[in-house]
Design a protein around this ligand. Sequence first.
Ligand code: 3SL
Length: 247
Amino acid sequence: MSNTEYLDVFLSVQAFQEEELRGKTAVIIDVLRACSSMTTALHNGAKKIIPVADMGDASKIAQTMDAHDFLLCGEKNGVKIDGYHLGNSPLEYTEEAVKDKTLIFNTTNGTKAIKKSGLANHIYLGTFLNQKALVDELRDHDDEIILICSGWHGRQSIEDTLFAGAVIHDLYNGTLPVTARDGVKMAFGLYEQHKSDIEAAIQASDHARRLQSLEVKKDIAFCCQVDTFSVLPGMKDGILTDLNGQG
Ligand code: 3SL
């Protein structure tokens, strides 16, 4: 990528207005754990994912579907929502659990970021798990790309900003032009500082501490794996599928 005018980073869901994404390419980042769970689910054969903003929308969609075809998935305060089939640990999204199912997905920050990006021309999910698949796709784009860090309740998160920095590092082959935008420079700088041990930086994050208190420590190491899957989760008409179709 040469033109620095065409890349920016928003550090949380509350850091942008929907109109700012009109006609652009949006990458939704929620490393811990929503995007990692959805990426894992598509790799393991989930038919499609319907991200929703809240439990009410999830229920309305579920009522229109055959009970055998869908799973209600997601969390509130990091814990599986009562009455849902699955929570938000990527380790739950096994082939046995999700193959050929439609997942109705509702989380605290990640699915809200997806829904807020509806005016974008292209919407992808980005995680360390599918980093190369995402970067390979972005290299083919000549439109404006916005990396959207889901963060936590409007605040920035180290894990999401680090992944944005990893994508920026790859897109610019490790050398950032001085004309890069502030958010791009911040994410790139954070990545340069921690690229030798990403997991250590994320294990020391605010969100990792929240997850450790919920006894889901294994999720953190899983979400820090790089290029584990070749899936490219992409949105069309409100539905996420694997655009690489390989799973
Ligand atoms: O914020 C979200 O969307 C979730 O990823 C948060 S949690 O990891 O399930 O707590």
